[in-house]
Design a protein around this ligand. Structure first.
Ligand SMILES: [Zn+2]
Length: 236
């Protein structure tokens, strides 16, 4: 079994700061996403799974419609596996309802001027994201016990929580420790991959212009996100 721990907005600097040894593995570094005009989640995961730069194709769909995009397995490198399990990946097996609710709450947060209302929305938003995270974590840990030849688990918690709480050091540290614990539970060869990291904009977080990768088996330097399909298929 090959495993990809796909983490949205896992920030290189925070992996270092919080000393997440399981996430770092033996070799780790930044991925190069400079070929893209902006670090957009949907664009980057689409490009990862197809091995091609999908920025034009995805941005053309528009901000709302892009989240409905679903690639056929034949367009992705997952097709190389007999029995792959792909959990919650944007552009493939994404829980649209869950993530739509997140984006609605985020919009509502910035739309109101009332501090009480902001606090209430932030609490709902965080609770919603953490409950989804626990569900995905359970599903991922169960899949690791199965007979799949490839398992990919996509974890959105660092991105979703980070957007509203990046200045909350305690909360971010707790998330990174949890993600590190998940990495520690994987007993197969695995790749950790993020689409982009996150930088502080006051108390909020915005996407940074590089991703994160790690492996236990090979130093891959400064790969592009479109290089991973070949790297992973080459490991089979
Ligand atoms: Zn993202």
């Amino acid at each position: 079994m090959l495993v990809v721990l796909a983490i949205d907005a896992l920030e290189y600097a925070l992996v270092e700061k919080y000393q997440c040894e399981n996430l770092k593995q033996k070799y780790y570094g930044k991925t190069n996403i400079s070929e893209f005009s902006q670090p957009r989640t949907m664009v980057l995961w689409s490009s990862f799974m197809t091995g091609e730069n999908k920025e034009k194709e995805i941005l053309k769909l528009g901000d709302k419609e892009m989240w409905n995009k679903q690639f056929d397995i034949k367009e992705t490198f997952f097709f190389n596996f007999q029995d792959p399990k792909i959990i919650d990946l944007p552009g493939f097996s994404y829980d649209k309802k869950q993530h739509e609710e997140e984006r609605e709450l985020l919009k509502a947060y910035f739309a109101t001027d009332s501090p009480e209302e902001k606090t209430k929305i932030r609490n709902d938003y965080n609770a919603h994201a953490f409950s989804h995270h626990r569900k995905i974590k359970t599903e991922f840990l169960e899949a690791l016990e199965g007979n799949y030849d490839f398992v990919l688990g996509y974890f959105s918690v660092a991105d979703v929580i980070g957007h509203l709480n990046f200045g909350n050091n305690l909360m971010m540290k707790m998330i990174y420790k949890d993600l590190d614990e998940i990495a520690g539970a994987i007993k197969h060869n695995f790749i950790v991959l993020s689409d982009h990291g996150m930088k502080a904009i006051g108390q909020f977080g915005d996407h940074s212009e590089y991703g994160f990768w790690s492996t236990s088996f090979k130093d891959i330097n400064n790969p592009k996100i479109t290089d991973f399909s070949k790297i992973i298929v080459g490991m089979m």
